[in-house]
Design a protein around this ligand. Structure first.
Ligand SMILES: *Cc1c(COP(=O)(O)O)cnc(C)c1O
Length: 398
């Protein structure tokens, strides 16, 4: 374990993190922290988790040399960590299974969460079905209409989808609604957070459950190349897939680490979600972190072509890693993302998620300037089936 990977006892990474909660939620969240600390010290808990990752998720996910993309760019060798091949098609199942196992161990009957586009809701509903837990997903009314397919999937998996019709009927209202339900019923309910965000212990816990990605990638690249990569990169929304990959390499000072944020229509416009580039310190969703906020400290409305990156905050460990200079954060635009999406489809026969396409876009920018003997590892966080109708529309418009 390296100093980078541990929060202090209050859950702080430098000046970020912590648990900023209304008094009535302090007890329930502290209970989760205590139960998690006990669970990860219990080999039988970890054994069951690893067994599910292997037999249910299909891990380890391959590390694939994208040879045609590499040849096309004429520089560094590009490897893709294939989280898109996991059951349910993305990395989210890794931490949802961990959270569901912990919930069951704590004697909880129900998982509750909010979801924006529905990806987290589907992964959590999947884990709930597998472990025989009830599941209730709160979703803004507008998102329920827009993301019909994911609503159907969650319902098929046995989850109850609550359409939130208050306020702006979007993600923020879904968060409030899910938290209110949790506060009223926490004896029986576990709150399943969808990224390395929220109050302590969630940023550390979700990171730990995702760290399998980095552990595998490190072993795989050592076996394929006989050495560590020169650069690794991943897209950053809340930051869970990125923290998963990064945590395997933080102690390797010679490995450059890059987080890729959504620049949307440009960081000079108001239509982006580049928290690291344009954000400032603040408090949101129970944590101190960097965020995009207005003068009153309210989270700004943000935009990305990838709904999973459309978040005004970022995990506190990322904010800290930026502060100490261990990880660089860059941004790519919607347009660059679409080009990277198309390139991966045509050159490798892989349809990537728009979120993951951000990381591919950055790889395509840096690989040509690197030597042919250099190595880049890109986290391909998910598959793009969910995005094809939307992209077809965008491409028709061009
Ligand atoms: C949700 C999602 C993301 C963004 O979440 P992080 O916590 O930043 O990883 C990225 N890629 C895919 C495929 C997603 O579904």
């Amino acid at each position: 374990m390296t100093p980078y990977t541990h929060a202090d006892e209050q859950g702080f990474f430098g000046r970020y993190g912590g648990a900023f909660l209304p008094p009535h939620l302090e007890g329930p969240v502290a209970e989760v922290a205590a139960a998690y600390a006990e669970a990860i010290a219990d080999p039988s808990f970890l054994d069951e988790y690893r067994e599910l990752l292997r037999d249910y998720v299909g891990r380890p996910s391959p590390l694939f040399l994208a040879q045609r993309l590499t040849d096309h760019l004429g520089g560094a060798r590009i490897y893709l960590k294939r989280e898109d091949l996991n059951h349910t098609g993305a990395h989210k199942i890794n931490h949802c299974l961990g959270e569901a196992l912990l919930a069951r161990r704590m004697g909880k009957k129900k998982l509750i969460a909010e979801t924006g586009a529905g990806q987290h809701g589907v992964a959590l509903a999947t884990a709930a079905a597998l472990l025989g837990l009830e599941c209730e997903i709160h979703m803004g009314g507008i998102d329920v209409e827009k993301q019909h397919m994911n609503v159907v999937r969650m319902e098929m998996l046995g989850a109850k989808v609550v359409a939130v019709e208050t306020g702006g009927r979007c993600l923020k209202d879904a968060v409030d609604s899910a938290f209110a339900t949790y506060a009223a019923d926490y004896e029986d309910v576990f709150f399943g957070i969808g990224s390395v965000v929220g109050p302590h212990p969630y940023p550390s816990m979700v990171r730990d459950f995702q760290s399998v990605v980095g552990e595998e990638a490190r072993e795989q690249i050592l076996s394929k190349e006989g050495r560590l990569p020169d650069v690794i990169m991943a897209c950053v929304g809340g930051g869970s897939n990125a923290m998963g990959l990064f945590s395997g390499f933080l102690a390797d000072e010679e490995v450059r680490i890059v987080g890729v944020e959504p620049a949307g229509e440009g960081v000079e416009t108001t239509r982006h979600a580049a928290t690291m580039t344009k954000g400032s310190d603040g408090t949101m969703h129970g944590m101190a972190t960097r965020l995009l906020q207005d003068e009153a400290g309210e989270p700004s409305s943000v935009h990305s072509i990838a709904s999973g990156l459309d978040y005004p905050g970022v995990g506190p460990q990322h904010a800290h890693l930026r502060d100490i200079g261990r990880v660089e954060y860059v941004s790519v635009t919607d347009a660059e993302t679409i080009d990277a999406f198309s390139a991966l489809c045509r050159l490798e026969g892989i349809i990537p998620a728009l979120e993951s396409s951000h990381a591919v876009a950055h790889a395509m920018q840096v690989a040509p300037g690197m030597g042919r003997d250099e190595v880049v590892v890109v986290n391909l966080s998910g598959r793009g089936d969910k995005d094809v109708d939307y992209i077809a529309e965008v491409l028709r418009g061009r």
